[in-house]
Design a protein around this ligand. Structure first.
Ligand SMILES: [Mg+2]
Length: 184
């Protein structure tokens, strides 16, 4: 499959909630560069839902910084970031993932080394591609509430063989989220 190297995540999890500070600490991860939409919240959540706030707080307490690197616009990203429970962080909007310029800038400004950094997202063609191209540990979660337009269905269809191959090679127990259905 073309671009397989860039479109295959290192790990897939049922939800961001399943990613613990303990496991990241054990991997030496200190920085999580995270997508927002459909990774942490739906497009309809202007602010971090409670589960996101709890997760951010737990990461912060463990000394792990979560920085938003989103392709969405400034208002969306700054609005979401403004209500986070942990310390203020810089945000990166219109990041144009799969391009890595914005992600690399976020890393540079944070002082984050590649091997201490992780990319979290819900899309292979943007999030995984950016993370893998930048050489980061890249984790993909199924979308919380995917859009259903033709454009999105086509995108998910392109992702499907890569996801299926990943799942075949990594049969995991925890795949309860309904989001997996977008790749069926
Ligand atoms: Mg997303």
């Amino acid at each position: 499959m073309i671009f397989e190297k860039f479109l295959t995540p290192d790990d897939m999890r049922d939800s961001f909630r399943d990613i613990t500070p303990e496991e990241l600490g054990a991997r030496g991860i200190r920085w999580v560069f995270s997508d927002i939409d459909n990774t942490l919240a739906t497009y309809d959540d202007p602010l971090p839902p409670g589960a996101v706030s709890d997760w951010l707080r737990r990461m912060e307490e463990a000394g792990i910084s979560v920085i938003f690197v989103s392709n969405n616009d400034r208002a969306r990203v700054e609005g979401f970031n403004s209500a986070r429970p942990d310390s203020a962080r810089p945000t990166y909007w219109k990041s144009a993932k799969p391009f890595t310029k914005s992600l690399r800038r976020a890393m540079r400004e944070a002082g984050a080394r590649r091997e201490e950094s992780m990319l979290l997202g819900d899309q292979l063609l943007t999030d995984a591609a950016a993370g893998k191209r930048a050489g980061l540990y890249t984790v993909i979660v199924p979308p919380i509430k995917d859009r259903t337009s033709l454009f999105w269905r086509v995108k998910r269809r392109i992702e499907r063989p890569y996801i299926k191959k990943y799942l075949r090679l990594n049969p995991g127990p925890d795949r309860k989220s309904r989001g997996w259905e977008v790749w069926k």
